[in-house]
Structures are given as structure tokens and as C-alpha cells.
Design a protein around this ligand. Structure first.
Ligand SMILES: Cc1cc2nc3c(=O)[nH]c(=O)nc-3n(C[C@H](O)[C@H](O)[C@H](O)COP(=O)(O)O)c2cc1C
Length: 353
């Protein structure tokens, strides 16, 4: 008799087993390859998504946008999230995502920001169920990989559109639905209303992922048990804090909750994040390789600038870090960054935060 050592997956996205219920959210200018690798190594989410990718930009062959679709083998299973309002252009971009190696193509119907909604994309689609369904069908027909959709509850409080949309998308072939439990008009105001997630559970046979305001293992466990969702998506709590993700993952899988990171761990991870980001911007396999490339000098400051909002957050909790945090916004090379952080580390004499 053979005994299987394969653990039972938390859920399946069609034929893709998702090992644990933690899902890393797509976040523009955050969920790039460097960030995802840091999250994967620290917290091993069952599933992760890229930041959203503009279908129109891919249609016009924007090189910068194609870079957002680059995948590392260590981060699988990975979904590439795309947005757009034209079914054919969305189908084209879904095919490109598949060619780039996406395990899943996710359609964004949750972005509420005017620059996206003005083009009939993102959450604007919540106002037009027929067109939204056309887009899902078109994308499903274009690719072999499973297609998933991320929605908000509706455009505004006057219509909880998600149940009807969810049914239609499931009928159109979507294989998983994520609900950010706010209405588009809310932006990030107020609390996410998890009851809205509960109301979708009975509508769907495909996996349902709950999202909104999960920061701790206790939040995640409560969301899962109160709503009956299959997975819990976490966004903001993970920014510069992959350890929060690791604690949530442990909570969701019944493992001991890991300790808070030390200052040394925070600094080493911030530096690793910067090295990965530089490699990503240079389209190199490693920081060391990036340093040998002709465009390193041009891409290095770009990569460091892109992390300007995130690097200071790594050490925010450390007493006396405000001066060094202020200086971090002025650095443009890895060496400057490392020397600032190492000086601060040495000044703390190994104190823990
Ligand atoms: C900086 C930032 C960028 C985001 N970009 C995207 C995006 O590209 N696609 C998307 O579906 N949602 C995006 N979101 C929304 C998140 O995926 C998530 O739904 C939201 O932050 C709520 O989850 P949280 O409370 O865990 O942060 C973004 C959120 C933030 C904070």
C-alpha cells in the first residue's frame, strides 16, 4: 500500500492545486517580481498575483508593461492580472499572459480609480453586467489556463451587483472569484463588510476568495470561518512586511505563529528587496549580473526610486529610525542604501524591534 505524502490542497483553481488559503493581492507598483519573491520566500502564499497589466498597453506593445508579466519559476502558481474594457483586446492580452507563463489569468473588475474607470475598465464594468460577462467569455475562450475575476461588491451602495455578476461569470467559465468587500465608490474608506462575502458563498460552486482589511492571523481565521470563503487575500498588510503574511499563513494553516522579525532581518530583507528590484529593472537574473550590464547605471536609480515608499516602512517600527527613514528618500544607488541601513543597524547595537 502506498501512502501519499502530498498534503491536501486548500482549494483548486480548476486543475491547479492551491496549497494553502493565503492569497497575495495584486497591487499596482507594489506586486512586482521582486516583491512577490520576497513574499514567497518569507510566507509561501498558496497563490499570488501580479499587479494589474493594461490590456491596451500590451496591445500597443509597451515594453515597460511587458516587464510586469515576467515570471520566476519559484513563484508558481501565479496569476497575471489584466484590465481593459474591450473583449478582443482583453483576449489578446490573456494570450500574451499565457505565453509569458501565467498559471492563471485574472480579470480586474475592482479598480475604482478614475484613470482606469474612465476607459470602461476595472470597476466601471460592475455597472454593465452584459459587457462584463462578454469580457469574461472572450478571455475564457482565448486561453487554456483558468480565468479568474476580482470584483468589488458593486459600483455604489445602491446596488450589490456582485451576486448576479458572480453567477454570470461562473456560467461564462470563470474558475475563481475574489471579492474585495467594498463598493467601488468607497475607494478605501470605511471597513470592508465581510457579510458581503458570506452572501456570495451560496451563489458559487467555484472557489471564493475574501478580501479586505485582513492584517493579522486572527482576522484571517475569522474571515474564513465567518464567511465560508476558500481563501483569504491580503494586500496592504504585506507591504514591507512579509512577516505579517507569514503569520497569517501560519494562522490559516494551524501552524505556530512565527515571532516578529528582528531589526537585522528587516534590514537584510529590505536590502534583498532592493537587489531583486534592480535585477528586475535590468531584466537580469541576479543583482550580480545586473551590475555587469551597460544599462545598470540607468536602471539602478529607477529601481531604488520605485521602492522609495516601501524601504522606509521596513524599519518604521525601530526606535530612532525617523532620521534614517527621511534620508532613504534621497538615495539613488544600492551602495548608498546599504551604507545608510548598515550605519543605522550598527548604531542600534543589535537592539531588537
Ligand atoms: C497600492 C495598491 C495598489 C493596488 N493595485 C491593485 C491592482 O493592481 N489590482 C487589483 O485588483 N487591486 C489592486 N489593489 C487592491 C488590493 O488588491 C486589495 O483588493 C485591497 O488593497 C484590499 O485588501 P487589503 O485590505 O488586504 O489591502 C491595490 C491596492 C493598493 C493598496
Amino acid at each position: 500500500m502506498s501512502i501519499s505524502t502530498q498534503a491536501k490542497p486548500a482549494f483548486m483553481v480548476r486543475d491547479i492545486p492551491i496549497a494553502n488559503p493565503l492569497v497575495l493581492a495584486p497591487m499596482e507598483d507594489v506586486s512586482n517580481l521582486a516583491f512577490r519573491l520576497i513574499c514567497k520566500r518569507t510566507a509561501n502564499p498558496g497563490l499570488m498575483f501580479t499587479e494589474f497589466v493594461s490590456a491596451m498597453a500590451i496591445h500597443y506593445n509597451a515594453k515597460k508593461t511587458l516587464k510586469k508579466m515576467k515570471i520566476h519559476p519559484d513563484e508558481r502558481p501565479l496569476g497575471i492580472q489584466i484590465f481593459g474594457g474591450d473583449p478582443e483586446i482583453m483576449a489578446e492580452t490573456a494570450k500574451v499572459s499565457e505565453e509569458m507563463g501565467a498559471d492563471i489569468v485574472d480579470i480586474n473588475m475592482g479598480c475604482w480609480v478614475p484613470k482606469v474607470c474612465r476607459t470602461g475598465s476595472g470597476a466601471a464594468l460592475l455597472k454593465d453586467p452584459d459587457h462584463a460577462e462578454r469580457i469574461v467569455k472572450s478571455v475564457v475562450n482565448a486561453v487554456k489556463v483558468p480565468v479568474t475575476v476580482k470584483v468589488r461588491a458593486g459600483w455604489d451602495y445602491s446596488l450589490f451587483a456582485a451576486p448576479e455578476l458572480a453567477k454570470r461569470f461562473q456560467g461564462a467559465g470563470a474558475q475563481m472569484l475574489t471579492l474585495h468587500a467594498r463598493f467601488a465608490k468607497q475607494g478605501f474608506e470605511g471597513q470592508a463588510d465581510w457579510e458581503l462575502i458570506t452572501k456570495l458563498r451560496d451563489v458559487l460552486t467555484i472557489p471564493l476568495i475574501g478580501n479586505g482589511d485582513v492584517k493579522t492571523p486572527e482576522d484571517a481565521i475569522r474571515m474564513k470561518s465567518e464567511t465560508g470563503c476558500d481563501g483569504v487575500m491580503v494586500g496592504r498588510a504585506a507591504i514591507s512586511n512579509p512577516w505579517a503574511l507569514a503569520r497569517i499563513q501560519a494562522g490559516l494553516t494551524g501552524q505556530p505563529i512565527p515571532a516578529e522579525p528582528t531589526l537585522d532581518q528587516r534590514i537584510e530583507t529590505a536590502l534583498e528587496h532592493a537587489r531583486l528590484m534592480i535585477a528586475h529593472e535590468c531584466e537580469a537574473d541576479s543583482f550580480e549580473e545586473a551590475q555587469t550590464l551597460a544599462h545598470f547605471a540607468e536602471q539602478e536609480p529607477r529601481a531604488i526610486r520605485a521602492l522609495r515608499g516601501q524601504l522606509p516602512l521596513y524599519i518604521k517600527a525601530a526606535p530612532g529610525s525617523s532620521v534614517v527613514r527621511g534620508k532613504l528618500s534621497g538615495v539613488s544607488t544600492y551602495n548608498e542604501l546599504e551604507s545608510l541601513l548598515r550605519d543605522f543597524q550598527n548604531s542600534q547595537h543589535g537592539e531588537q524591534i
